[in-house]
Ligand binder design. Sequence first.
Ligand SMILES: [Zn+2]
Ligand SMILES: [Zn+2]
Length: 169
Amino acid sequence: MGRLRKHGLEEHEEPINNGLLFRHQDQEVESVTVDLSQLNEETKCPICFGKIKKARVSIVCGHRYCGDCIDHCMRLEIPGRRPEVRECPVCRAHMPSRRSAKEDPNFDFLLRALYGDVTEYEQQEEVVMQEELKQHQGALAQEMEHMRTTKAHQIAAAQAYRVTKKRRT
Ligand SMILES: [Zn+2]
Ligand SMILES: [Zn+2]
């Protein structure tokens, strides 16, 4: 956290939505390019597939999850498994105790710097996705229509060709 603070990250609370270039307004700080798809992967909780909230990181294997998600997993009673046996839901590494997944405020901080309020960000993301889906469906419908008319053209052309061929013979 110390390093981030030094860079004055906490002053930029605006979510960065263009995603491709993560640049501080602070001129003294170098710009950092972030691969959005990789970033999405790394900020995604492997349990709920949402953005990681109240992050906890496994000290055994380094996997990260939402605090609530991993708590829930650890409380789960799995048939045939003794309740004191806990494991990472991702890689099944043995986690000796609940404290094996420790809080990770640095990660929360980073996510907040990147996305602003994570819950709000996810809602926005949902809206954007719906919008994209609609556009996609629209484009698909156009494409289908195009294919239909092209096909109709081809059939008509083929028929015309056959007709002229017949006449010639
Ligand atoms: Zn989660
Ligand atoms: Zn793991």
